[in-house]
Structures are given as structure tokens and as C-alpha cells.
Design a protein around this ligand. Structure first.
Ligand SMILES: [Zn+2]
Length: 245
């Protein structure tokens, strides 16, 4: 009897998590999405669910994807994200990218974010390396990844002398692929947010120079709070080229 009681709460939790995952397990992407309102005050109709895993990418957290339901986007954004990763199979061979939070199934307010409300905002985890290795432990931290801090050299400050650093060249190549794919789908990058103390390192790369040439809008000034939270990931807002949504 005691044994049964001990397992009751874990069993109920597993059941609850299973029930909360049903929308994602059953979801099928079809038709056109409608993004209502703005990224700060909006809704998403018929959102598309990003794949949990692809050839060279994966969503960063099962909890965020299945329980918080934060892996939905506008169908044009879905095509943009997946096509960009396809391009990166050629431009960044051997690299596994991680996609972070998108939008909830029907949009609206989300924990941790002021925006992300209508399916046109996406967070991308910074690609990292440790020597020649690109698969580093800190990429597996799930939602805690949002709390990681990097110094102005792009090095993870988790412990003194830690060797994991941002792979700026790969990041810049991914941004170019996202920009290309957005245009192919009638979108453009409205705004890309990334820690302003790290921008010089990004622009110094070969692909980073092309980002500058294309004039992709990346604010050079952000308030301290926004800056602090945009070193482990870069945030992209998309907009329709014809300004419709
Ligand atoms: Zn974001």
C-alpha cells in the first residue's frame, strides 16, 4: 500500500504531462496562419508547429515544446526557419542548431517574453564551440539556457576560465540564411536583437560583413535589461514585405 502511495504523485504528474502534450502530438500543419495584432499584443490563428527535430537542428526544450506549447509560428515563418536550416546544411556542415521559444499555440502573453505574441518572433540559440567541438554541454540546459551569460569576448562565464564560446561565424551564416529564406517567403527581418557588446565580434566575421552590407536591422543600442538577456540567443521579429500579416 505504501509503495502504491509513493508512486501516485509521479504517476499523476506523468499523466498530466501526457495530457498537456496531446495538442503537439496530434498537431498537423496545414492552411494559412493569421498573425493578429503585434508581437507585443497579438494572437496567432492556425499556427504551425516547428519540428522538434530536423537534420541539423532541434528545439531546445521538451518542456517548452510539449508542456508550455511554445513552438508555434506563422506558416511563413515556419518555412523561413526550416529553409534557413536547409541552407545551413551546406554552409555550416556538421553543425547542429537549436531553436528556442517561438509563440504559444494561439499566441498571446508568454512567460519570460514581452513579445512573441503573434507567431512572428523566434529565438535562436547562439551556436557555440569549445575548441573544435560544437556539441557543448551548455546547449542541453533547456529553459535554463536563457540564464547563461557571456562576456564581451563571447565566452561563457559559467566558471572562471571556461572555454565554451560563441561561434560567431556560424551565427552570422545562419542569420544570412534566415534573411534569404525570409525574402523567399514574402517576409523580412524587421528586427534582430543581440547583445550590443558582442556585435563587433559578429560583424568581424566574413559572413558578418555581409550582414552589415545587407543592412539587416540590428539595434546598436539596447537598454541594460534587454542586453543582458540577449547574449545566449538572438531574437528575430519578422514582418511581411507588403506589411500585411
Ligand atoms: Zn525573443
Amino acid at each position: 500500500m505504501k509503495l502504491k502511495k509513493r508512486w501516485l504523485i509521479p504517476a499523476l504528474l506523468v499523466l498530466l504531462m501526457g495530457l498537456l502534450s496531446v495538442p503537439e502530438i496530434m498537431h498537423e500543419n496545414s492552411g494559412t496562419s493569421i498573425s493578429h495584432g503585434s508581437v507585443r499584443n497579438g494572437k496567432l490563428e492556425n499556427g504551425w508547429l516547428v519540428p522538434f527535430r530536423g537534420n541539423n537542428f532541434q528545439y531546445f526544450s521538451r518542456f517548452s515544446y510539449y508542456i508550455l506549447n511554445c513552438g508555434y509560428v506563422n506558416d511563413r515563418v515556419y518555412r523561413t526557419i526550416t529553409q534557413a536550416y536547409q541552407t545551413c546544411e551546406a554552409t555550416c556542415p556538421g553543425q547542429t542548431f537549436r531553436l528556442m521559444e517561438c509563440t504559444r499555440r494561439k499566441g498571446g502573453r508568454m512567460l519570460l517574453h514581452w513579445t512573441h505574441q503573434n507567431g512572428t518572433s523566434v529565438d535562436f540559440m547562439v551556436p557555440k564551440k569549445r575548441g573544435q567541438k560544437s556539441n557543448v554541454l551548455s546547449s542541453h540546459f533547456g529553459l535554463f539556457h536563457y540564464l547563461l551569460q557571456f562576456n564581451s569576448a563571447g565566452r561563457l562565464t559559467i566558471s572562471p576560465g571556461h572555454k565554451t564560446e560563441i561561434d560567431f561565424e556560424t551565427m552570422a551564416r545562419h542569420i544570412l540564411a534566415v534573411d534569404d529564406a525570409a525574402r523567399a517567403n514574402g517576409l523580412r527581418i524587421r528586427k534582430l536583437l543581440f547583445n550590443t557588446h558582442l556585435l563587433d565580434k559578429l560583424y568581424a566575421t566574413q559572413a558578418g560583413k555581409e550582414i552589415l552590407r545587407r543592412d539587416i536591422f540590428i539595434p546598436g543600442r539596447l537598454n541594460d535589461f534587454v542586453n543582458r538577456f540577449h547574449d545566449d540567443h538572438y531574437h528575430v521579429d519578422f514582418e511581411r514585405i507588403d506589411h500585411e500579416r
